[in-house]
Design a protein around this ligand. Structure first.
Ligand code: NAD
Length: 285
């Protein structure tokens, strides 16, 4: 079998076009979706991500508020900025780019964002709502992964899903979302024994490890849907967590890197911000 490409670039473009259209309608009703992005310090990868987010906002017709703070910013200063953004009615979404400098505790900062404005979905209230199966602001990368999976048109219910990685931003939330779709979910991590045996059972495989070509072709079940979240920067370019060519020989669907999960993350961020702006409208009579 040779896999079909799960094209995140194409799906993200469709979602962005929809966001742009809904934004234009919202603006006619007097509301411009606003996203505040806070970047502390000089991390080069963070700068790239923040630049992409700002570009996405402008293309969608949003107001983009970029706050660049020096590496030496204290936690108190950052919390004061978040407080201001929390009460700013032109700001519908607040995103604090991680990682933060050492003197700042990320958990304290994330918990300071008003849950309704937490478009990254990392606030404990939103995480808790996700666990409880309640409507929540959902984290962008896992939400994007679910959209990609649904775009295949295949049912997820009852399928064996294996997630490699248990981070709060990808592994754990995507496992919960798969569970919400009634998949049978296994979460593998750095202490998992005989990882390959788990992975070989997967009808749906999500690899979020951060190790280039960690999943080898022989681990992929014939006909599996493979979602590669990894972004590994090697001299040869960007490489995923899955050894693409041999995996694509066996899978039914596979995400490329780049052009798979990455573009979906930004599309979901825009959608989350737009939805928050839509909710800020008084209900129509
Ligand atoms: P992380 O470092 O927080 O988590 C990695 C996980 O992999 C951990 O839970 C760990 O237990 C597991 N792991 C490490 N070694 C392992 C091993 N030998 N066997 C099994 N499991 C192992 O990373 P993260 O933030 O979840 O990101 C994972 C990857 O996804 C990275 O490459 C990151 O760059 C990428 N990422 C991509 C996007 C996107 O938009 N495409 C978004 C977020 C993260």
């Amino acid at each position: 079998m040779t896999a079909r490409i799960l094209d995140g670039k194409k799906l993200a473009a469709e979602i962005k076009a929809d966001v742009k259209e809904r934004t234009a309608l919202l603006k006619q009703r007097g509301v411009t979706p606003g996203l505040a992005v806070v970047l502390v310090g000089e991390d080069p990868a963070s700068k790239v991500y923040v630049g992409q987010k700002e570009k996405g906002c402008l293309e969608a017709g949003f107001a983009s508020f970029l706050h660049r703070l020096p590496e030496s910013t204290s936690q108190g200063e950052l919390l004061a900025l978040i407080e201001r953004l929390n009460s700013d009615r032109t700001v519908h979404g607040i995103l604090v780019q991680l990682p933060l400098p050492r003197q700042i505790d990320p958990d304290t900062v994330l918990a300071a964002i008003r849950p309704e404005k937490d478009v990254d979905g990392f606030h404990p209230v939103n995480m808790g709502r996700l666990v409880a199966g309640l409507p929540a602001s959902e984290p962008c990368t896992p939400k994007g992964i679910m959209r990609l999976l649904k775009s295949t048109g295949l049912t997820l219910s009852g399928k064996e899903a294996v997630v490699i990685g248990r981070s709060n931003i990808v592994g754990k939330p995507v496992a919960l979302m798969l569970l919400a779709e009634s998949a049978t979910v296994t979460i593998c991590h750095s202490r998992t024994e005989d990882l390959a045996a788990h992975v070989r059972r997967a009808d749906i495989l999500v690899a979020a490890v951060g190790k280039p070509r960690f999943v080898t072709g022989d681990m992929v079940k014939e006909g599996a849907i493979v979602v590669d979240v990894g972004i590994n920067r090697l001299e040869e370019g960007l490489v995923g967590d899955v050894d693409y060519e041999p995996a694509a020989e066996r899978a039914s669907w596979i995400t490329p890197v780049p052009g798979g999960v990455g573009p979906m993350t930004i599309a979901m961020l825009l959608e989350n911000t737009l939805e928050q702006a839509e909710r800020s409208l008084p209900a129509r009579r």
